[in-house]
Write a protein that binds this ligand. Structure first.
Ligand code: ZN
Length: 196
């Protein structure tokens, strides 16, 4: 029996993707046999497999039980987490920074785990709004936090290099759960801390 992967999404067949990219290059009027493009289909296949590896990760494996016990219920903030994703409408990159805050109920996650959660949801075809919510939900579920806030600022190449060509526009999305939603003071503290 084939080895089971953690998620239901299959492992991409890089040979098949390479042959599809070869076809695509032809259709675009290119000559895939010219020197510079000879290995492009294989490179694109590898690159796409990497950029979508989030599909083949799961939250339990990413977090790997790396919770720390913490006596106090302070707000934990991690900001400027770089993220690189691809919009599901054009398969073009969007990139930016993510800020995460949460108030633990005695269970906190290591900093690197928060960054890995961001990676897991950004390395796939996404829309920024959904990704923001997915990250917030995952942290809420993994830590049993009292509240979670996530803010993402990102630039979308599909807006910058085509369509409306708005080179400097940045999109901001936020998701607040638990006390971050119900308590205005908590939310304000979070927003002021991530601005500093
Ligand atoms: Zn797009």
């Amino acid at each position: 029996m084939a080895k089971k992967v953690a998620s239901s999404v299959k492992v991409p067949d890089e040979k098949k993707i390479a042959s599809l990219i070869h076809e695509l290059l032809l259709e675009l009027g290119e000559d895939p046999s010219r020197e510079g493009l000879k290995k492009t289909p294989e490179r694109v296949a590898k690159s796409l497999a990497f950029l979508t590896r989030g599909y083949r990760q799961n939250i339990k494996a990413v977090v790997n039980n790396a919770h720390f016990a913490s006596g106090t219920n302070h707000m934990v903030i991690l900001k400027d987490i770089e993220l690189y994703s691809m919009c599901e409408h054009h398969m073009l990159p969007f990139y930016g920074k993510c800020a995460i805050g949460y108030i633990s109920k005695g269970k906190v996650l290591g900093v690197s785990k928060l960054a890995r959660i961001v990676d897991m949801f950004s390395r796939r075809l996404q829309i920024q709004e959904r990704m923001t919510e997915e990250i917030a939900n995952a942290i809420m579920e993994e830590t049993g936090a009292m509240g979670v806030g996530v803010v993402i600022n990102a630039k979308h190449l599909c807006m910058m290099m085509r369509g409306v060509e708005k080179q400097n526009s940045e999109m901001t999305t936020s998701a607040v759960l638990g006390t971050f939603r119900t308590d205005a003071k908590v939310r304000e503290e979070f927003l002021s801390l991530i601005k500093q």
